[in-house]
Write a protein that binds this ligand. Structure first.
Ligand code: AMP
Length: 400
């Protein structure tokens, strides 16, 4: 059980609090923020620290400036928008060095409850290498550290891991991190049963460790999406032009055997929507298992599979889902993904968890965003959590 110190457990009154946020927002050519979800999501932690009388120093990366100042990746537009969202000044410490004279002066002048935003941490080449010098510089600004950036929790960087070694006071997690830990960490590892996992997406190879880890924990494992064809092909079935990873056929059989030994029900699609082209305008039809024509490709699970999967989800107490059931980006091949989302949304008294990346996008895009218990904000980080790995950004925070 992960039991990390949170912002509710620390005293920040009169203290300088460095907060690692995820302000990695998309900007257009005029440097307007085109999706501010991440800024809005960061507000509860920041408001709490302001209300508690901390001197709140925000930091984040934005894009990939590759260790040098790039004006188009400055966090200046974020400072402006955060000030509007918070309803108070957010002083931007423009500094190519991130922790330079401007930042130091801005922090020195802070009063309790005031907010400063540092420049993009990836302006510094050491950031992504977890270099000691930059970690110390960041730590020198603060008495206390709070990490609320789950998207980078699977990486050991200065601003989320290195800094914790040099901050004298508490190193806690913010509300966003806490929620990810509660659901992707604790609920998945101590699930209320029945526990069903649904995996989809393009490739078996990218989710090997997730399959292996979840087979140790779940009662039912559902495999859909492009990865299912490798399982079908492993049984000698024709998969036509569908996604196939020849090298993983043996692995697929091994996983089926492991599921059997563990008493885990492993389900793969029993029908498939096949198309004559990878396009929403393609001709398409539904075929049964083993009946994919050689000149067509599977782009979604069929209605019988959708029913099979929905039935398997019904009655579950914990469901975790990562990866779409088909090419949901094309409306003709979104039905399987919608059916799974509907089955999860229909559950009462269950914990429903969406791993980040494409399934989170699918869920929000298809209108199920507010129907799930938790939608992870981290793509890579949520996959690594589901692989059972320890995330450096989580490990670095103090235990309670
Ligand atoms: P992943 O990042 O591995 O979760 O893969 C997500 C991508 O898998 C999405 O862009 C889907 O369009 C794609 N995908 C899902 N099912 C299929 C399929 N049957 N054939 C090709 N691509 C698929």
């Amino acid at each position: 059980m992960l039991n990390k110190k949170s912002v509710d457990d620390i005293n920040v009154k009169g203290k300088k609090v460095l907060v690692r946020c995820d302000f990695n927002v998309p900007l257009d050519a005029e440097l307007n923020i085109t999706d501010e979800n991440r800024l809005v999501a960061a507000l509860p932690t920041i408001k709490k620290l302001i209300a508690d009388g901390g001197k709140v120093i925000l930091c984040s990366h934005l894009g990939k400036p590759k260790g040098e100042p790039k004006p188009e990746l400055s966090l200046a537009p974020v400072a402006k928008r955060m000030a509007e969202l918070l309803g108070q000044e957010v002083k931007f410490a423009a500094d190519d060095n991130v922790v330079g004279d401007n930042a130091k002066a801005a922090v020195a002048e802070m009063k309790d409850g005031e907010v400063v935003l540092l420049e993009n941490t990836r302006y510094r080449a050491e950031e992504t290498k977890n270099g000691e010098a930059f970690s110390k510089e960041l730590a020198s600004l603060a008495d206390v550290f709070v990490n609320d950036a789950f998207g980078t929790a699977h990486r050991a960087h200065c601003s989320n891991v290195g800094v914790t070694e040099f901050v004298d006071g508490d190193c806690a997690v913010g509300y966003l991190m806490q929620k990810e830990i509660d659901f992707l960490g604790n609920a998945v590892n101590n699930p209320e049963r029945p526990f069903v996992a649904i995996l989809g997406g393009a490739k078996v190879s990218s989710k090997i460790s997730v399959i292996e880890n979840l087979l140790e924990k779940v009662d039912t494992l559902i495999i859909g999406g492009g990865m299912a064809y490798t399982f079908m092909a492993a049984h000698g079935e024709e998969v036509g032009k569908s996604l196939l990873e020849e090298d993983y056929k043996e692995y697929a059989l091994k996983m089926e055997k492991k599921a059997e030994e563990k008493g885990v029900k492993l389900l793969i699609p029993i029908d498939t929507v096949v198309a004559d082209d990878f396009s929403n305008d393609a001709n398409f039809k539904t075929v049964g298992r083993g009946e994919i024509p050689a000149d067509m490709e599977g782009l979604d699970i069929g209605p019988e599979s959708a029913k099979l999967f929905a039935d398997a989800v019904a009655g579950a107490k914990t469901v975790v889902w990562n990866g779409p059931m088909g090419c949901f980006e094309m409306s003709n091949f979104a039905a399987g993904t919608i059916a799974v989302a509907e089955a999860m949304a229909a559950l009462k008294d269950a914990t429903t968890i969406i791993g980040g990346g494409d399934s989170a996008a699918a869920c929000n895009q298809l209108g199920f965003g507010d129907k799930m218990t938790h939608i992870s904000t981290g793509g890579g980080a949520s996959l690594e959590f589901l692989e059972g790995k320890e995330l450096p950004g989580v490990v670095a925070a103090d235990n309670k």
